[in-house]
Design a protein around this ligand. Sequence first.
Ligand code: PMP
Length: 336
Amino acid sequence: MSEHQPALISLIGNTPLIELRQVSELTGCTILGKAEFMNPGGSVKDRTALGIIRDAERRGQLEPGGTIVEGTAGNTGIGLCLVANALGYRTIIVMPETQSQEKKDLLRLYGADLRLVPAVPYADENHYTRVSGRIAAQLQRQGCSAIWANQFDNTANREVHYQSTGAEIWRQCGGQLDAFCCAVGTGGTLAGVARALREQDKSVSIVLSDAQGASLCNYYREGELRAQGSSVMEGIGQSRITANLEGLEVDDALEISDQEALPYLYDLLQYEGLCLGGSSGINVAGAVQVARTLGPGHTVVTVLCDVGSRYQSKLFNPVFLQSKGLPVPSWLAGAA
Ligand code: PMP
């Protein structure tokens, strides 16, 4: 690791914890959002990208000029690509073709070697994570310096959220928080933050807000991985217990539908001026439920995961919403 790290690295993390006024007033609680969309790559996954790359460097797995390969819904790829550019590595990013055009465009702009694959279930050998693992293994066999970032099962992911995100939240709340709630993609954020907060105060309630169509809500409630329905939200919705989720216990698990989450997402933009991605809507909807259960006077923290502009063609597009049978808010219909 060089003594003088690139400026980009110092911009990752230490995000503000902001009060969401409207939902706080609605519930009589203080609902706070960790502004992860302010990371340089526009998402919470910049932290994961940096954590995984630094871990690989420490283990001597990545030589200067080496290649980082990853399967991603987009945000981890964006984070990896920016960090890799700043540190002198290359990136090969494998992504399901169903993800938003904006994320594909950003990855190409940033210089990733982007490989789009059909979206298939995890069990399929052509699932994007498995494809990315095979590409990394092939490069290694050819004698290239290459790593598979493997964000789902590489616990350097939850470790960086334990060290940074969770520690920051505790500090920023001055130790005054009752509950933390967020959705899961890899589980790195939820597991890492949960560990950091519980280490400080065992009574902090840890709640999963799961997107409809994911299997974890049912798993934590009834012990069985089972899902019903589907979600248009990208980057979240897990069907298995990843290594990052292993050992995690939650105090409650909620299932949030797109219909419930989207109005929060639109209100965040219209009344708070915060343009965020769909998982932030799931998270804020979950935080409201947690606040209602706790009752007025409590403090609930959640995560504002990424910027909304990378979903303009989907969540903020009347044609897309209608095609999914989702309601189009009046201000958006007018703008079309
Ligand atoms: N929201 C968005 C937009 C994401 O891209 C991700 C990561 N895939 C998450 C939430 C979930 O974070 P984690 O992987 O830490 O569970």
